[in-house]
Design a protein around this ligand. Structure first.
Ligand code: GCO
Length: 463
């Protein structure tokens, strides 16, 4: 069986570097009855939205099997577990707190903590309650204020028990994929202006939600032991198809539009300069004071990385992505491009003086896994982790402050518009029985972490 190894002096071997696995609420929880309907329930019900016509009604049935899943996480030997909270499991449509929903997360965090596993919580991983969507969702400014109220409820309930709280996961997906590309929930909205306008407006309200929630969280923790507060964004180095001035410009346009659109306002209070290139009618409506609200200090930045993206010039949108071709693509059709992770980390580090410490909050790969005799030989995933962990190591060597790494994902789950056709887990899920089986990649990570732990113990013994 393939192993994952790290250079012995690597910072990734240090006890204070956090290794974890990640999931999100809608992708694993199931138990629709225990929560409000969310925009993904509605989206899945529409024709031709999800590749296999599936939905998250059952998913990995995690709400009923969470204890088994906590044991699984513990067995892996990770330091931390990143998961998200379903807003609609915690806040009812009438605004009341759903106590049993909230208790689920309290019990989860307590059980993890009993096993010495840190909880890294994300407040919003795309499952907006439908009752807010009915009021306009992210096109309605008011949603940002409701998000801050919800953040305060979580701070109150989970408080200092958790290691970190991230406001949003990948607002790019909520805004761009949800409204502009229309391939994620809620899909493009009729009569709400052009798709680009909708996407930019949703993005602005998500940024505002982030700012308001961080403000509420800071206030809440002013007197107490605060978890690390931050955000999780996705990044992909944007490369030109060829070196023509038009393609170079397209790649830079895409970099600003996809990578910097969220981070730059958060760190500087300004949108990237490409904002000025958008037709006035496509720009978001910004109220006085919004940019200052968005520009809150961050304790950490979560970086999700999967692959690079190649762009060519396009008159209408400024850029057009060119799908990867050739051998060795993942089942998502994504290129395996580990050095892109080092590249984007170095580029963010040089672009922003006030870049906070980084956690790689997602990194992983979908492959055509088969479970045969309780064995899943996902050698391509092992190679992927190996090369990407070395890419993180390289970035640290070159001066980037990176504190942790979370593999996406703990287990196979509902992959959004791809339904259950894509397997990103290090644990295989048989959806007909809900049986979980450690893939070889999970075993390789487990061995890496065990070796790391015994080294820490040896160091403690010497000291
Ligand atoms: C994301 C989401 C995950 C996805 C993963 C694979 O980053 O897109 O956080 O929910 O499952 O990225 O596409």
């Amino acid at each position: 069986m393939k192993k994952i190894t790290l250079p012995s002096q690597s910072a990734l071997n240090h006890a204070n570097f956090t290794f974890g696995v990640a999931t999100s609420s809608y992708q694993i929880e199931g138990d629709r009855a225990g929560r409000e309907t969310c925009i993904w329930d509605t989206f899945c019900n529409q024709p031709d939205t999800i590749k296999d016509g599936s939905n998250g009604d059952i998913a990995c049935d995690h709400i009923h099997r969470w204890q088994e899943d906590v044991e699984l996480i513990s067995e892996l030997g990770v330091d931390a577990y990143r998961f998200s909270i379903a807003w609609g499991r915690v806040i009812k449509a009438n605004g009341d707190i759903n106590r049993s929903g909230l208790n689920f997360y309290i019990k989860l965090v307590d059980a993890l903590s009993e096993r010495g596993i840190q909880s890294h919580v994300t407040l919003y991983h795309w499952d907006l309650p439908q009752y807010l969507e009915d009021q306009g969702g992210w096109l309605n400014r008011e949603t940002a204020y409701r998000f801050a109220d919800y953040a305060a409820v979580i701070a109150d309930a989970l408080g200092s028990k958790v290691a970190s709280i991230a406001t949003l996961n990948e607002p790019f997906c909520s805004a761009y994929l949800g409204y502009e590309a229309g391939i994620h929930a809620p899909g493009p909205q009729a009569d709400a202006g052009s798709r680009r306008k909708q996407g930019r407006q949703a993005a602005h309200h998500l940024l505002l939600a982030h700012g308001l929630a961080l403000q509420a969280l800071r206030q809440h923790f002013a007197q107490s032991n605060a978890p690390q507060l931050g955000v999780v964004l996705n990044f992909s180095p944007c490369h030109p198809l060829n070196s023509s001035p038009e393609d170079l410009d397209a790649a830079e346009f895409a970099h600003q539009y996809h990578n910097l659109w969220y981070l730059q306002p958060m760190l500087t209070g300004h949108y990237p300069s490409v904002y000025e290139r958008l037709p006035v009618e496509d720009r978001p409506q910004i109220e006085p004071g919004d940019m200052a609200l968005i520009n809150q200090s961050l304790d950490f930045l979560g970086v999700n990385y999967y692959t690079r993206t190649v762009f060519r010039a396009n008159q209408q949108h400024g850029f057009k992505d060119v799908p990867a071709t050739g051998e060795g693509l993942t089942t998502m059709g994504w290129e395996v491009y580990a050095k892109g992770l080092t590249e984007i980390l170095l580029s963010l580090d040089s672009e922003f003086d006030n870049l906070p410490p980084i956690f790689i909050t997602e990194n992983g790969i979908a492959t055509a896994d088969v479970c045969d005799n309780n064995e899943v030989n996902d050698a391509m995933r092992v190679d992927y982790f190996q090369s990407h962990l070395l890419a993180v190591h390289d970035a640290i060597q070159q001066g980037v402050d990176i504190r942790g790494y979370f593999a996406w994902s703990l287990m196979d789950n509902f992959e959004w518009a791809e339904g259950y056709t894509q397997r990103f887990g290090i644990v295989y899920v048989d959806y007909s029985t809900q049986r979980r089986t450690l893939k070889n990649s999970a075993k390789a990570l487990q061995q890496l972490l065990l070796a790391r732990q015994s080294r820490h113990h040896a160091v403690e013994d010497i000291c």
